[in-house]
Design a protein around this ligand. Structure first.
Ligand code: AMP
Ligand code: ZN
Length: 136
């Protein structure tokens, strides 16, 4: 279902114009209006899902296949040196638009952008406790 007050629903369904790179029954891929680098694109499902938690499994599966196709094509066309796929869920994780999307960010040697974190140094016991929390 599409949500009338959701900007990405409206873009994905063609009600608001966008720089569309690709479209099929389920998805539209557009250029990000505030690109991290040249070619920064967003994959938007046409159906509304706020985030990964709400995304139907079939779309979760097919979005990665599409991300791969776009990454290959964009790398050929843009001659970039690498590619980041970024997908934020929730405000704490940096999500600013509450409609699931995958960022495809072409990377160029020396582009000065950073997608990074400060690595922790957990003790083995800590890792073991987290493993148990998730896996058991
Ligand atoms: P996120 O922080 O993961 O929610 O990313 C939202 C992204 O959407 C940002 O990179 C914005 O630059 C981008 N964005 C917001 N509004 C638009 C729009 N109308 N068209 C294209 N990109 C947009
Ligand atoms: Zn939406």
């Amino acid at each position: 279902m599409k949500k009338d007050d959701c900007i990405f629903c409206r873009i994905a369904n063609g009600e608001i114009p966008s720089k569309t790179l690709y479209e099929d029954r389920d998805f539209r891929v557009i250029l990000d209006l505030g690109p991290a680098t040249k070619g920064h694109a967003l994959i938007l499902p046409k159906e509304h899902a706020a985030d990964l938690y709400e995304l139907p499994e079939e779309l979760a599966a097919s979005v990665f296949v599409l991300a791969k196709k776009m990454a290959v094509r964009m790398t050929e066309r843009l001659q970039c040196d690498g590619m980041n796929l970024v997908q934020n869920n929730g405000e704490a994780a940096g999500q600013t638009v509450s409609h699931f999307h995958v960022h495809i960010i072409p990377r160029y040697a020396g582009d000065g952008q950073k997608i990074s974190w400060v690595p922790g140094k957990p003790a083995q016991e800590e890792l073991e406790a987290v493993k148990r929390q998730i896996a058991e």
